[in-house]
Every structure is written in C-alpha cells, then in structure tokens.
Design a protein around this ligand. Structure first.
Ligand code: C5P
Length: 237
C-alpha cells in the first residue's frame, strides 16, 4: 500500500455532549472510530494509519488498538488544540515513517496521504477508489457532496439567496501527493484552516472535487449515531 491515512481523533466533541470522547461511543457493536479504521484496513493500497489522539484518550486508544485484529500498521501520535495541529502531528509521523530504514514488514514507498475524520464511519469503498485515483492523477482531491438545501446569506439587513449551483460541502478523505501536503503544511504551520484542502488551495495547487455519497456523515450530535446505525442496517439488508 502506498497511501498513508492520517485520522485526526483528538477532538473534544463538545457538541456531542458526552463525558468521554464521542469516538468511543458504540456504533453497531464497536467504537465509532473503529468503523473509520475498518474502511481503510481492508484496502491493499493503504500501507499505514496514523491516529492523532489527545493525551487524555491515549491509553484507551492503545488498549482498543491492541484488541483489534488489524493487518495495517497503526501508529498513535499526540494531537493538538486544533484539527490542523492534529493533522500536522500525523503528517510529521508519516514523514518519520517514510524516512525509517526499511525491513520486510515495511510497505513500499508512501506517495499519497489521505486525511480522514475519525468521526466519519460510513465512507464507501467506491468513493475511496475515486478520490484516491484523482489524487494520483492531479496531486490533490477531496470528496464533496452537493448542497441539498437552499442557501441563505445574512446581509445584515435581511436574507439573500445564494446560488447553490457549483456549491459543495467538504467531506473527507482529502487526499494529496505527499509533497503537495508537506509543502502546504510547511508553509502554513500553525495557521488556522477549516480543512486540509484549504491549506493546499493557498499554495496555488488546484484541488479537484470528487462527488461522493452524502451518506459519509460526520458524527457530531448524538442523533447522528442513530442515522449512521440506520444506514449501516440498510446496507446489510
Ligand atoms: O469536532 P469535529 O468532529 O468537527 O472534528 C473533526 C475531526 O477532527 C474529529 O475526528 C476530531 O476528533 C478531530 N479533531 C482533532 N483535533 C482537534 C479537533 C478535532 O483531531 N483539536
């Protein structure tokens, strides 16, 4: 596998409102974050997974990883105060990994980095196929979903309707050639961005949009878990 997956998992999940990290919440018999890992584990094009976790959660993640029957090398790093900082820590680990001397267990050279929210348990294999392929040909790609509702801008004096043609919601994974994402983070170290594609856009490298399934939701509120469960059940039937 030539793709390294970075999973930011160090959020506080305040909007979810539980005592512990929402990523430990049970979804269909296992912790939420494991669903996200499972989606990548079975793929032969993925060779490394780096989870960025908070200091508070590290021991739980370590324990749950040790119970996993996972063929993929998984590494834990300490995340940061913002998602960007957590991704940066993951990226540093990917670069360390690629510089380590090789042995038989080490996968071939990593050429792409996929960044995927640990809180997105439902990404489809066919969407991964397409966004990974697009990143190979263009160097930068992200999954998006069309905006379904009517968009309004508050002008201060009232509402204005935004033309929603050409408007998309950013999903993950966001996938980059390793040099593209390395340069984007080196340039903007510490600067805020709402997602990784934004950092790459700032370098002038175009980022391609790949329309994916809107099922690929991010668990934010407790009710999102029920929707995710319904989608999983539907896939089984
Ligand atoms: O809070 P939200 O779910 O939008 O965050 C998206 C992802 O980024 C989550 O998987 C969360 O754990 C992660 N994150 C992080 N470090 C932060 C904030 C969020 O790894 N400081």
């Amino acid at each position: 596998g030539s793709i390294a997956v970075i999973m930011p998992a160090a959020g506080s999940g305040q909007r979810f409102g539980s005592q512990s990290n929402k990523l430990f919440a049970n979804l269909d018999g296992k912790p939420l974050w494991q669903h996200a890992v499972d989606r990548f584990e079975s793929r032969s094009d993925v060779g490394l997974l780096v989870l960025a976790v908070s200091a508070d959660d590290e021991s739980i993640f370590r324990e749950q990883i040790s119970e996993l029957n996972c063929n993929l090398p998984i590494r834990l790093v300490r995340g940061g105060a913002t998602r960007s900082e957590s991704v940066q820590a993951g990226l540093d680990e990917v670069l360390r990994f690629t510089n380590e001397p090789g042995d038989r267990s080490k996968p071939p050279t990593i050429d792409r980095v996929a960044i995927h929210d640990a809180a997105r348990p439902l990404v489809r294999q066919s969407d991964l196929d397409r966004v990974f392929a697009e990143a190979t040909s263009s160097g930068a790609a992200l999954l998006v979903a069309p905006v379904s509702g009517t968009l309004k801008r508050d002008t201060g004096s009232g509402s204005q309707t935004v033309d929603r043609r050409n408007m998309y919601v950013a999903l993950t994974p966001q996938v980059f050639a390793i040099d593209v994402i390395r340069q984007a983070y080196a340039r903007d170290r510490g600067r805020m961005a709402t997602d990784d594609a934004q950092l790459v856009e700032r370098t002038g490298h175009p980022v391609q949009l790949v329309t994916g399934s809107a099922d690929n939701l991010k668990i934010t509120y407790p009710e999102d878990l029920r929707i995710a469960e319904a989608i999983l059940n539907e896939c089984r039937s």
